[in-house]
Ligand binder design. Structure first.
Ligand SMILES: Nc1ncnc2c1ncn2[C@@H]1O[C@H](COP(=O)(O)OP(=O)(O)O)[C@@H](O)[C@H]1O
Ligand SMILES: [Mg+2]
Length: 306
């Protein structure tokens, strides 16, 4: 990699500062509905954050605002030393489904983004970046494979390769393993952890899996329930890196962390039930949408088992 000239300087600042972040969506009556309010979080360089919270609380909303794909209603986000204003190559995202072009093979799918981000790199340099990215996700032998020839796990590896090929400062993951079986999920968790350690990126993963949230992250950020969701609580995960899965899973601290997150979610589930009135006209637009989201999530859950 040392011969590449067009790459961004990885020693540049990679921290994230999210300050007083607000997101309002219009409800079906044309009124602004405040989903996220006063969300504050500072992420250190190279830190790995997991974001958990109940379905529909606003996790993806925060992540897509940080990605620059979702307009910020108020407040701001600084990545490195620059306030973000839309998407940029300093941040890349891995979603639940990798959205690959079916007519392109793995190499070409990864090359798509690389061409945009390194327009001045030579052909050989671009090729080197793509091959390196596919190798680190374990696809060195599958560069010529088309999406339909690959399993869901392999396709998601291509999605991860595409994201890291841009050499972002910040890697954003929105339930990236939600559709995968548990063995593949664990394999890909390890792939991500290795990449982050090697490439020194800062990262945030949205997940509803508490084991994943604890095993992967340096800090777990628990979001309060929406509407007007913010940071409810933050839990420091005191395991050293590199982490050995067996050791971590057998450590009593792992269960304490896990229980802590579950207790938070459980407690919030009760708060939700007692304070939200689903027949209240003011909230109808919101709960209808949320209901549809939950149905979609349940349907997805049901189909992902096979
Ligand atoms: N584009 C949108 N327009 C209106 N409401 C939205 C939009 N996107 C998300 N929402 C609503 O905002 C809330 C938070 O959504 P989201 O961030 O996707 O939650 P999570 O990722 O935590 O499940 C939900 O109630 C959802 O219905
Ligand atoms: Mg989401």
């Amino acid at each position: 990699m040392s011969t590449l000239t067009a790459l961004p300087d990885l020693k540049t600042k990679r921290s994230v500062e999210i300050s007083h972040l607000i997101k309002e969506y219009p409800n079906p009556y044309g009124e602004d509905f405040r989903v996220v309010e006063d969300f504050n979080l500072n992420i250190q360089e190279g830190e790995f954050i997991s974001l958990i919270g109940h379905s529909g609380c606003g996790k993806s909303t925060v992540l897509t605002m940080l990605a620059g794909l979702n307009e910020i209603s108020d407040g701001g986000i600084i990545v490195g030393d620059k306030e973000i204003d839309g998407p940029g190559p300093d941040r890349s995202v891995v979603f639940q489904a990798p959205c690959l072009m079916p007519w392109l093979n793995s190499f070409q799918n990864v090359m798509l983004g690389v061409k945009n981000v390194y327009p001045h790199a030579t052909k050989a340099e671009r090729r080197q970046i793509v091959e390196h990215s596919l190798s680190v996700v374990g696809l060195a032998d599958a560069m010529k494979k088309f999406p339909k020839e690959m399993s869901g796990g392999m396709q998601q590896r291509v999605g991860i390769a595409r994201a890291i090929a841009l050499q972002p400062k910040v890697l954003l993951l929105d339930e990236p393993f939600g559709r995968l079986d548990s063995l593949t999920r664990m394999e890909l968790q390890d792939v991500i952890i290795d990449i982050l350690a090697r490439e020194k990126m800062t990262a945030m993963i949205v997940t509803h899996d508490v084991d994943e949230a604890v095993f992967m992250a340096d800090r777990c950020v628990m979001m309060s329930n929406g509407p007007k969701a913010g940071v409810g609580e933050i839990l420091e995960i005191g395991f050293d890196r590199p982490r050995n899965r067996e050791e971590v899973y057998q450590d009593p601290k792992f269960f304490e962390y896990r229980e802590h997150l579950l207790a938070f979610l459980e407690q919030r589930a009760h708060i939700k039930g007692s304070t939200r009135t689903f027949s209240d006209g003011d909230f109808m637009g919101f709960t209808e949408k949320e209901g549809a989201d939950l149905e979609a999530a349940a349907a997805q859950e049901a189909t992902s088992v096979a």
